[in-house]
Design a protein around this ligand. Sequence first.
Ligand code: GUN
Ligand code: FE
Length: 477
Amino acid sequence: MTPSKDEKKHQLFLGLFIHSVKLGELKYFHNTAVFVDRSGNIVAIEPQCDLKKAEEVVFPKLGWKGGDVVVTAAEEGQFFFPGFIDTHVHAPQYPNVGIFGKSTLLDWLNTYTFPMEASLSSLPKAHRVYTRCIRRTLAHGTTTAAYYATIHVPSTNLLADLCLSMGQRAFIGRICMDNLGPDYYVDESADQSLKLTQESIEHIKAIDPSYALISPILTPRFAPACSVDAMTRLGALHRETGLPVQTHISENVNEVQLVRDMFPDCEHYAGVYDTYGLLTKKTILAHAIHLSNDEADLIACRGAKIAHCPCSNSALTSGEAYVRWLLNKRIALGLGTDMSGGYSPSILEAARQAALVSNHRAMPAGKWADLPAEERERAKLSVEEVLHLATRGGAEVVGLGDKIGGFEVGMQWDAQLIGLGVVDETVDEEDVGDHGNVDVFGWEKWDERVAKWLFNGDDRNVKKVWVRGRLVHERVR
Ligand code: GUN
Ligand code: FE
């Protein structure tokens, strides 16, 4: 979307705003006005405020003039919601979404993933794939993404350029893998891993010096893929630069065994990252399904974060992460699509799958049947909880909890305008509407509308999307 002159203006948003205030609690601000300055910061929130009151009472306080302000009002049936945060996603795997057959992690990597990633050494192909991936995720309301790219610097840098120009907030990681991988797709050495990582950091520094929108992220693919030398040096780089780290942990039982065999001196998988200085409060660990209690305690103690990827965990038959248990340990947790381990670009889909997978824990005849009934029942995640994970939870995971994920003065305007299908009284027999699967009849309470959106919503409900105040997606119909 080309920048318009309106992007230099202040903005006023009017209508219903819904956000999470804490795990399990959504707050509804009806008839509210949110004031966003030219830099995309929320500078005022006024309850019970229409355009007239905004112009007469609030604009003078802010020193704004009517002509300098772009107004967006939610219509009947629409609401503003914080943009979604995808805490774990592989942009180069986007063409493979839905293609995984009956594979599990290690054969999936060899069969589908490494060949696709290797082919993105071609810049024209990377351009095509990355442009579509960013466009598609924006259309689903993802305003921030923690991306894994590939081992190639030019196409990794291209992903950063495209996120910047298309306006998606992003963490961009050039993948390090010098220890495991097919001959055609592996770093030559630890030296090479570090040198190429540094090159892509330098590029991002050049295009976005303050990391206002795009930040580098150190990305050892997962412990088995990295030599001890590479991990040690990435740990040192993490300490020196303060850049965040992302990797995978305890996704698949065979992978966990592989780690045990490869690192016999480490107590467990989390201990491997800890040994090399890669387990800190700036670390995002994807999956975390088969953790021992000691590992989870270590993760909590280090303040590392978890990206829960339920679509991927079910698709690759990896397992069911025990989210309630992790949350009870006060581990920050967000949602990831993990495309293309996960089959969907949508964080709304990840949120609904998080709710459904949590219900598996509560099933009386399931794998956890021996647990006390109350504990099983407590495992269930509510609509409000999974939407918290999709927004505030994700913001904390990527280290931006004070900037995004909610509507508060001082935060940035990363938001989506959601529109549901309103079935009016003169319902047309022919017309199913263009709002997707969510039909609202008018008698539903607002929490019921949100539940209907969670379980049946999709990109057709995402009417507009903004990042730092910039309109980055608008649905034509
Ligand atoms: N473990 C190592 N690499 C990958 C990957 O690309 N996707 C997933 N889901 N797990 C991994
Ligand atoms: Fe992944």
